[in-house]
Design a protein around this ligand. Structure first.
Ligand code: C2E
Ligand code: CA
Ligand code: CA
Ligand code: CA
Length: 277
């Protein structure tokens, strides 16, 4: 440890050492995970105002040989730092497209699939070509694929990201701005980017009925989206009362435990979501 004089910070302590070695272990394990096919995609339904499933969001899971199912919250940020997200991300895209093709072949023709894409992936010079290649290889129509990005993707190199989005958008690929309202970016990027959807972050949906600030934020995001001809996806919808309120505000698409948790593809019940009224 560094000599602790006045005005100096001890920057290495046992706790930090432990965290560092845990992180190094995670990096090694992640490398093996790719090789040993320990990743799996779960799918969460997205429904329209009539309760019909219009598609799903693919969410990665890691079936670790000792730790069991590991949440993406525990490894995506490390994979972003190490760059492993590049190969993981390509795997996710291809796997999600292959699954969509299987659903299409089974007669669920008009579904979309949404895939989370991190900043590191957008920054890669071959990103556009890689996405197009995966669509061609899997036979998925570009219009069936939506890419989700967070405001962090836009924090530097916005012109480069915008350029890539326009190229992919011109092919028919859709874009959703994820976790909208939680980042620090200015709203000016909204008019620079070929976005199709805004996703209201679940932190605003959770207390929608009890916290007037969250009510106002959700309502404002929906109004903003409508005035820009974007569709709104509400995430984290857990109760019928939340769904009802969002519907009154003019929300278009809903996602959350009310309709279904993320599940393996074969457990996604695509027929059962029609609301009878
Ligand atoms: P996200 O993209 O915001 O995904 C939504 C998260 O909310 C998912 O967590 C989902 O399981 C959870 N969720 C959905 N409905 C509800 C609900 O009604 N209530 C509550 N409390 N939670 C709900 P998950 O699957 O653990 O993913 C966490 C984050 O990890 C994702 O947040 C996304 O940022 C990241 N992630 C997941 N898969 C991928 C991937 O393939 N690539 C990248 N780059 N990131 C991913
Ligand atoms: Ca997402
Ligand atoms: Ca989100
Ligand atoms: Ca999130």
């Amino acid at each position: 440890a560094k000599a602790a004089g006045r005005n100096t910070i001890r920057f290495f302590n046992p706790k930090m050492q432990e965290a560092a070695s845990r992180r190094a272990q995670l990096e090694t394990d992640l490398h093996l995970a790719i090789e040993n096919k320990q990743f799996q995609l779960y799918y969460q339904p997205q429904v329209d105002s009539d309760g019909a499933v219009i598609g799903s969001e693919a969410l990665i899971r890691w079936n670790h040989p000792e730790r069991g199912m590991v949440s993406p919250l525990d490894f995506i940020s490390v994979a972003e730092e190490t760059g492993q997200i590049l190969s993981i991300g390509l795997w996710v895209l291809e796997e999600a497209c292959q699954q969509l093709k299987r659903w299409e072949d089974a007669g669920f023709g008009a579904l979309t699939v949404a895939v989370n894409v991190s900043a590191r992936q957008y920054q890669h010079p071959d990103f556009v070509a890689a996405v197009i290649e995966i669509l061609e290889k899997t036979g998925v129509k570009p219009g069936s694929l939506n890419l989700e990005l967070t405001e962090s993707v836009l924090s530097n190199n916005i012109d480069d990201v915008a350029n890539k989005m326009w190229q992919l958008g011109a092919q028919g690929i859709g874009f959703a701005l994820d976790d909208f309202g939680t980042g620090y970016s200015s709203l000016s990027y909204l008019k620079k980017l070929p976005l199709n959807y805004l996703k209201i972050d679940q932190t605003f949906v959770r207390d929608l009925l009890t916290d007037p600030n969250d009510t106002a934020i959700a309502q404002t995001i929906i109004a903003l989206a409508q005035s820009m001809s974007l569709k709104v996806i509400a995430e984290g919808v857990e109760t019928e009362a939340q769904r009802q309120r969002l519907h009154e505000f003019g929300c278009h698409i809903y996602q959350g435990y009310l309709f279904g948790k993320p599940v393996p593809a074969e457990e996604l019940k695509l027929e059962e979501f029609m609301i009878q009224d």
